[in-house]
Design a protein around this ligand. Structure first.
Ligand SMILES: *Cc1c(COP(=O)(O)O)cnc(C)c1O
Length: 424
């Protein structure tokens, strides 16, 4: 089908994320290779988004392709109730070794992994409420929507249906690299905020099952980076009050922030951890919820079991993706990209339209003063040969780890241009 036909039929039949049915504007993609997307109309774009944190090794990777192909020859899928298989076993062993958490539940998406984490906490403690911080994002299903930010999230659309959890204030930002800011301006740890956490947890402890947060980086809730001291305090508070700590590492996991996991910035081990997104290298939908042996023992029978649980194709490519990560100098790659993002985005800090510029690991963010015109930003980025997907006041990038310096420079040039130009 030609690009025009695709666009028409797409509009007639398909929903896209957070959009009206029939909304125009989706760009047909014909292929993807390395860090580049090839559009059906022939244009080629450097991917600044890693397909939403996922494609860390780039597209069409020979190792990952081969993992899927080899597994396809054995079986695409078998039910996980009463059956098991080598891809799931290998993946679980590797995830356990990476996280120090022994028990692994394979879920079919990040949102489901967080649902399972919440179920684990409730079954484990017999209590029903969670404490989280404002500005979070944990997915789109009902249980997890209730712990997303109550203002920026979707609570207003579903109020009355969602359980009411406990929200502490948003952690102060300021962690990470601040391009364009004078050196030595790192935000100090806010003692008043630590006291606020102490007070909130103490006040609600008796009804709480767990504390759930995204470690150090709040992703889709605002792309903000907070000091690891706050995460360390939440760990201490959970221990003091007999609560579980759930780390949602779905965006931060597998090297994105410069450490293997967001929790590593704080030297903290959670009781329950969710991973997803980059786990399969962007190939197939699979996520995982991990917990300690103690938590698993207290839970007993865990009441969850998706039809496609442990899907062998997804497990095989996830195992290959994590093996590849293990072999690659990802830490250097992420450091190099961090430096490239910081260098390229420094110019944006001087624009009167820009409120803040921040970089942590292979994540670069320009926060604008006013909400951006998304199609316009995308047009400017595409004119620079780059694919970006901004939202709200955030123009940001988290490129694949294999992105070369010139392509990182193209991404930052596109971000700077898109936030500097006067509104059309
Ligand atoms: C994306 C994301 C989720 C949801 O994952 P899906 O696979 O989209 O359901 C949950 N938590 C965090 C932190 C995420 O970034």
């Amino acid at each position: 089908m030609d690009a025009e036909t695709l666009r028409d039929l797409d509009r007639r039949h398909l929903w896209h994320p957070y959009a009206a049915a029939g909304a125009a504007g989706a760009h047909p993609v014909a292929g993807a290779d390395g860090v580049r997307l090839r559009l059906a109309d022939g244009r080629v774009l450097v991917d600044g988004m890693s397909s939403w944190w996922a494609a860390i090794h780039g597209y069409n990777h020979p190792r990952l392709n081969e993992a899927v192909r080899a597994q396809l020859g054995d079986m695409a899928h078998v039910m996980f109730g009463g059956l098991t298989h080598e891809p799931a076993v290998r993946l679980a062993r590797r995830l356990s070794a990476m996280t120090g958490l022994d028990k692994v539940f394979l879920a079919d998406s990040g949102s489901v992994a967080v649902e399972v984490a919440i179920k684990m906490a409730v079954q484990c403690t017999g209590r029903g409420r969670l404490l989280t911080v404002r500005g979070g994002y944990h997915g789109d299903t009902f249980g997890v929507m209730a712990v997303c930010d109550p203002v920026n999230g979707m609570h207003h659309l579903f109020s009355g249906v969602l359980p009411r959890h406990v929200f502490a204030d948003r952690p102060p930002g300021g962690y990470g690299v601040r391009p364009g800011a004078p050196a030595g301006e790192e935000a100090p740890v806010d003692q008043a905020y630590l006291a606020h956490l102490d007070e909130m947890v103490a006040r609600h402890a008796a009804e709480l099952a767990a504390i759930i947060v995204e470690p150090v980086v709040q992703g889709a809730g605002g792309m903000r980076f907070y000091h690891p001291a706050y995460l360390r305090r939440l760990r201490e508070l959970a221990d003091r009050h007999g609560l579980l700590l759930i780390a949602d590492e779905i965006a931060t996991g597998f090297g994105r922030t410069g450490e293997m996991f967001g929790c590593d910035h704080a030297g903290v081990r959670p009781d329950i951890m969710c991973v997803g997104k980059a786990m399969t290298g962007g190939y197939l939908t699979m996520a995982a919820t991990l917990c300690t042996a103690e938590v698993a023992e207290r839970i007993g029978v865990l009441m969850h079991g998706p039809t496609y649980m442990g899907n062998p194709l997804a497990a095989a490519v996830a195992e290959a993706s994590l093996a590849l990560l293990d072999e690659r100098p990802w830490r250097e790659d992420v450091k190099r990209i961090e430096a490239g993002l910081a260098d390229g985005l420094a110019r944006a800090a001087r624009s009167p339209r820009v409120a803040d510029v921040r970089v942590l690991g292979a994540i670069g963010v320009i926060e604008t003063e006013h909400p951006v015109d998304v199609p316009r930003v995308q047009d400017i980025a595409m004119a620079h040969g780059v694919w970006l997907r901004p939202f709200g006041r955030l123009v940001y990038a988290m490129p694949p780890y294999v992105t070369g310096d010139q392509d990182v420079a193209a991404i930052t040039a596109a971000m700077v241009a898109a936030t500097a130009a006067p509104r059309g």
